[in-house]
Design a protein around this ligand. Structure first.
Ligand code: FPP
Length: 252
């Protein structure tokens, strides 16, 4: 019903998702946390399909944070296995649908088998242009900014760059996926209202949507609800409402 009211000409180009609530979803059902992540994988499959159907061009999923390494080993192993499984079971369909897989994060810390699978999936789908599916894995936004700062400092040290040349554009160009536009919409599931070290630089002007649905229960209708919420917002990027409506920053 609600989908009919979606404006197809105003679908957010880049949607980023913090997939939270697997553990609580499992706990409420007397299941293990690993079973919660397993159920969360079904939501990943469903949401990738739905995003593709809706015409979202870039979907970035926060699948594992730098901080998640501190969780019990069994839980960490379970998430690695699920990523392996997603790649084994879904890459054929993802590839058929013209979806390009990318990753962002400290992949050097990821077990070799998982890293190889990810690398193969990235290489196999590199020529696709219908949608980008980016897994933030072993990812932390502060580390991403630190890495960019180090690269720029190195260039200054080598005399290739002057400190005064460093601007927002140059910092953006040294992030992990510099050619991706910033997210238009950031969704966090699981009834928490924080951004947890995700895309801190890139979400400066993103619209934020927090929903109570636990990630394993999140489906197309929840994605559509998030987009409807997004479409009801006025994105002003620091301008006044009158300026945005007239389409001219000179107008008061
Ligand atoms: C957060 O929920 C979720 C994670 C840390 C892992 C995300 C993993 C998946 C969605 C499944 C695997 C999919 C891929 C593609 C690897 P939480 O465990 O913090 O939930 P809680 O806050 O209820 O404890």
């Amino acid at each position: 019903m609600r989908e009919r009211r979606l404006r197809r000409d105003a679908i957010p180009r880049h949607v980023a998702v913090i997939m939270d609530g697997n553990g609580r979803w499992a706990q409420a059902r007397g299941l293990s946390r690993a079973e919660g992540h397993h159920a969360g994988l079904e939501s990943v499959r469903a949401v990738v399909r739905s995003a593709h159907e809706l015409g979202i061009r870039i979907l970035t999923l926060y699948a594992f944070s730098s901080e998640n390494w501190s969780r019990p080993k069994a839980e960490v192993d379970a998430v690695m296995d699920l990523l392996d499984r997603y790649i084994d079971e879904e890459v054929d369909e993802v590839h058929r649908n013209g979806i390009q897989i990318r990753t962002m994060g400290q992949l050097a810390d990821v077990p070799r088998r998982t890293r190889q699978k990810l690398d193969e999936a990235v290489a196999r789908t590199a020529g696709n242009d219908q949608m980008v599916l980016c897994f933030a894995f072993s990812y932390g936004a502060r580390q991403e900014i630190v890495d960019a700062a180090r690269e720029l400092a190195q260039q200054v040290e080598e005399g290739k760059l002057r400190a005064s040349d460093i601007d927002e554009k140059l910092v953006s160009a040294h992030l992990y996926q510099p050619d991706l536009p910033d997210p238009d919409l950031l969704i966090r599931t699981g009834a928490e209202t924080r951004v947890s070290n995700f895309l801190l630089w890139q979400i400066a002007y993103s619209e934020l949507h927090f929903c109570d649905v636990m990630w394993p229960a999140f489906r197309k209708e929840d994605l559509v609800n998030a987009i409807l919420d997004y479409q009801a917002r006025e994105r002003r990027f620091g301008l006044t409402s009158a300026q945005v409506r007239s389409g001219c920053p000179e107008d008061a």
